[in-house]
Design a protein around this ligand. Structure first.
Ligand code: ATP
Ligand code: MG
Length: 276
């Protein structure tokens, strides 16, 4: 048989993608019956996987993305980082200290709550603010992290959502920030069984960042200082910091191509579609 004249219908494709099929969508069939049989078989297998992911929640296990977060937090604590917690609402004044002005591309991505308040688009301004106080109180060396929601208006597809979870760590007063950053990257990302690489990238805020990339996907951005912005926050000394997108990491670890599966959602929980 020559075959190859029939493909999955659009409705079938949509359903398979919804159920989480990542590869093998481009198939050729000899006839409609063969195609529909193949669709039903594939869909059943995927439904089973989705149900299993929801069963794990029902059994009291935490969602996979929370397990990743726990691993990262455990590593950070073992390295001596202290956990901090800052407001989700941010004052407009802090944007300016971060070098963000209305001309800046990120400005168009801000969710304003009122004239002077917005939902934080990043954790760095609040962490910078804490560093100033803690540097005085903790004799110069400060290692802190925060994990929590951040918000950016986005129009891009599969790798961006408008609310996501940032884990931001910073180590101020270290001796060799470049080297220590690389060590920290290995400690944090070496535990997921995925190959990662470091890539230099231009940054709208820091000028340049070092990105952690897994299979072409940026999962984290890191920067080192002293940096020109430090003076605005009255801190001094060498530092390195890194912002990890937890949904991006969950995508990379779970081999997902759609970030919505692992984001805060009413359609998915624990990577599983709810209408199965
Ligand atoms: P990108 O270039 O992919 O839009 P970015 O460089 O603007 O990301 P950063 O400001 O470096 O993002 O934020 C730190 C991390 O937060 C990124 O490395 C990424 O993992 C994650 N992240 C950024 N924007 C989003 C988003 N809209 N949805 C989910 N995760 C995001
Ligand atoms: Mg980045």
């Amino acid at each position: 048989m020559s075959g190859g004249y029939m493909k999955f219908s659009n409705v079938q494709l949509q359903r398979l993608v919804e159920l989480g099929l990542e590869e093998g969508l481009e198939r050729d069939f000899d006839c409609g019956r063969q195609r529909d049989d193949s669709f039903r078989q594939l869909a059943r297998g995927l439904e089973k996987n989705n149900k299993a992911a929801l069963d794990r929640l029902q059994q009291g296990l935490r969602p996979d993305i929370k397990l990743l977060e726990e691993k990262l937090l455990h590593t950070l604590r073992a390295e001596g980082y202290a956990e901090v917690s800052t407001p989700i609402l941010m004052s407009k004044g802090l944007l300016q200290k971060m070098g963000l002005t209305p001309e800046h591309p990120l400005w168009r991505q801000l969710f304003w709550v009122d004239k002077n308040k917005l939902l934080r688009p990043m954790l760095a301004p609040h962490l910078y603010h804490l560093l100033r106080h803690l540097q005085k109180l903790w004799d110069g060396s400060v290692m802190i992290f925060e994990v929590g929601p951040v918000f950016r208006k986005e129009s891009k597809g599969q790798e961006h959502v408008e609310e996501f979870t940032m884990l931001n760590l910073v180590s101020l007063g270290c001796t060799n920030p470049d080297e220590q950053l690389r060590l920290m990257v290995d400690k944090l990302f070496g535990q997921f069984g995925k190959t990662y690489s470091l890539v230099c990238a231009p940054s709208e805020v820091y000028g340049e960042t070092t990105d952690v990339v897994i299979r072409g996907l940026e999962v984290a951005s890191a920067a080192v200082g002293p940096h020109a912005l430090d003076a605005n926050w009255e801190i001094s000394g060498p530092w390195f910091g890194m912002g990890i997108g937890l949904e991006r990491l969950a995508m990379a670890v779970g081999d997902y191509s759609n970030i919505r599966r692992v984001s805060r959602s009413l359609s998915y929980q624990n990577g599983a579609r709810l209408n199965i």
